[in-house]
Design a protein around this ligand. Structure first.
Ligand code: ACM
Ligand code: ZN
Length: 553
């Protein structure tokens, strides 16, 4: 018995003496990783993180890294600015840049090149180099994901010697959240941003207004968010005609929006706000019924679907309203992209509205054999908004319906009803964001067995299908046309997603899959290999306290 105890004790001591090892097989997979597993650098609690003390942005990124290391491994590192011998060292500039400078190549950097970074592990420690600060942030995120998730790494973490060189494939790597069907608190959005940043995303598309609620404060129109954000009740299930009898509301003050913008910016994520116009406007029509063709009254919609009541573009007050709203939107959101929606705008009311028909005449809109008069009227609205945005130095994004009445000159198309809108726009040399339902609608179920999942909108979009998406559509677009594809995005609509736990369940791990579509070259992608890297991400999710779907199909 005594002997057994001695052996057990010895085993425990030796187990405790084992150090844990970092694993560079992360998600999304870096562009190049060259590892020598025969040699390691052992990172231990108490060692230092060095950065340029005179550079607050670098200091912030160093602090992020310190926090992440502690969160996952329990190890506490010291902030040791300007210590050239520190175990972890952050610096700006890549070795290749010096060569390029010598060769006097002054070609402007692409967005992706600006995000480039390198990580070198050798006997001196771990060197993180970013071409810009954003690259250092990406490097820190990569290092974070290589860490084993342990209680306490009493004997440190072994980092095999390596050289990682990385930059993203697409300049636009988006994730969308609908905060209008259901409202999510600022803290939930911050968590969503954290998770997006963990996956290398750089765009948060924030869907702020809907038939079921207006969620953006407009100071010039104080009643708009106050009243337009509240629906008297919500339909139960899939438009069952049974209602829950519960008032539901919530909106974001401009101060909160700025807080989100700043929080995201510190994580190198741009926030693209969307005011969906001229359809999906029951929230606003409830407050301003004069802006609808029939004059109302209109409820903030308690059900799901597409409302036939939309804004009346024949009423000059409508354009004044839109410019007031979008003007304040531009004041709050510095994003170069502003989303004006444009989807699912039925034309029934416009066809029978005297004001809309008079406007069609006044504008000289004619039957062009391709687009209906009313579709062209919507294009006129888009034109007005595009000009308004361009005056403020912004680019307009619209859902692919903006192609229907003829695309405006500079509009960016978000292709959602499949890829054809995106293909058409790219062929016309318009920029495109690819979000086709078949690959990117993460409000769909992700497992075949629907009964084991919370009620959803329907559909079936497993992780493997998201992973298989190729946004450049090489069999239909020439290399020149492919240049117009800015990148892919996943969309989370929330008719059936009311709680934060459910938000992250829908998001993860499908965000992991899209992150490889967004980040990796297509020849790097391998779903079987990806699946072997997922369990580690799930350990991270457990540690940082975000929900996910454990099944992967
Ligand atoms: C959309 O899904 N209606 C853009
Ligand atoms: Zn009208």
């Amino acid at each position: 018995m005594k002997r057994i105890l001695v052996v057990l004790a010895a085993a425990c001591v030796s187990l405790g003496a084992w150090s844990q090892t970092a694993d560079y097989r992360i998600i999304p997979l870096p562009k190049s990783v060259a590892t020598d597993t025969t040699q390691v650098f052992n990172l231990k609690s108490g060692m230092g993180i060095a950065y340029d003390a005179s550079d607050p942005e670098m200091a912030r990124n160093a602090q992020f890294l310190r926090g992440w290391i502690e969160e996952l491994t329990g190890m506490q590192l010291q902030m040791t600015p300007d210590d050239k011998k520190a175990a972890i060292r952050l610096t700006l500039g890549l070795p290749t840049d010096k060569k390029a400078k010598k060769a006097k190549k002054n070609v402007p950097l692409t967005e992706q090149q600006q995000e480039a970074y390198a990580i070198t592990v050798d006997k001196n420690g771990i060197a993180l180099q970013g071409r810009k600060h954003v690259g250092l942030f990406r490097a820190a995120q990569t290092l974070r994901k290589t860490l084993p998730v342990v209680g306490t790494a009493a004997n440190g973490i072994d980092f095999p010697f390596t050289k990682i060189v990385d930059e993203p494939r697409f300049e636009y790597r988006g994730v969308m959240l609908d905060c209008a069907r259901h409202f999510f608190a600022v803290d939930v959005l911050k968590k969503y941003i954290d998770v997006a940043a963990l996956h290398g995303c750089n765009q948060l598309h924030w869907h702020l207004t809907e038939d079921q609620g207006w969620r953006f404060e407009v100071k010039a129109l104080p009643e708009l968010a106050k009243k337009g954000s509240v629906r008297e009740q919500t339909v139960v299930g899939h438009n069952t005609e049974v209602y829950d009898g519960q008032r539901y509301g919530g909106y974001y003050t401009q101060e909160q929006c700025r807080e989100i913008v700043n929080y995201a910016a510190e994580r190198y994520i741009n926030v693209i706000p969307e005011i969906d116009l001229p359809g999906h406007m029951m929230g606003a029509l409830h407050v301003f019924p004069n802006l609808g063709c029939t004059g109302g009254p209109y409820p903030v919609w308690p059900q799901w679907g597409i409302s036939r009541d939309v804004l009346c573009p024949g009423n000059p007050e409508t354009m004044t309203f839109l410019k007031t709203v979008v003007g304040e939107l531009c004041d709050v959101f510095p994003s170069k992209y502003i989303h004006i929606g444009g989807d699912e705008c039925p034309k029934d009311r416009w066809k029978t509205c005297a004001k809309c028909q008079a406007k069609i005449k006044e504008l000289g809109i004619k039957d062009d054999g391709k687009h209906s008069l009313e579709a062209q009227l919507q294009t006129w609205v888009n034109h007005e908004m595009e000009a308004f945005l361009r005056d403020r130095g912004r680019d307009m994004i619209g859902w692919d319906e903006v192609l229907e009445g003829g695309l405006t000159e500079h509009g960016i198309v978000m292709s959602w009803r499949g890829i054809n809108g995106g293909i058409e726009a790219a062929k016309q040399h318009h920029r495109v964001i690819m979000t086709p339902t078949d690959y990117c609608y993460i409000d769909y179920y992700q497992l075949k067995n629907q009964w084991g999942q919370p009620l959803g909108i329907g559909g079936y979009l497993p992780v493997s299908k998201v992973y298989s998406f190729e946004p450049l559509i090489p069999d239909q677009l020439t290399e020149e046309e492919q240049q117009y594809i800015l990148g892919p995005q996943v969309n989370l609509w929330t008719e059936y997603v009311a709680y934060p736990q459910h938000v992250f369940y829908m998001l993860l791990p499908r965000l992991d899959a899209i992150s490889e579509v967004q980040w990796c070259r297509s020849d790097q992608k391998d779903f079987e290999d990806f699946k072997t890297r997922l369990p580690h991400m799930k350990q991270i999710y457990n540690r940082i306290g975000v929900n996910y779907c454990s099944g992967v199909e």
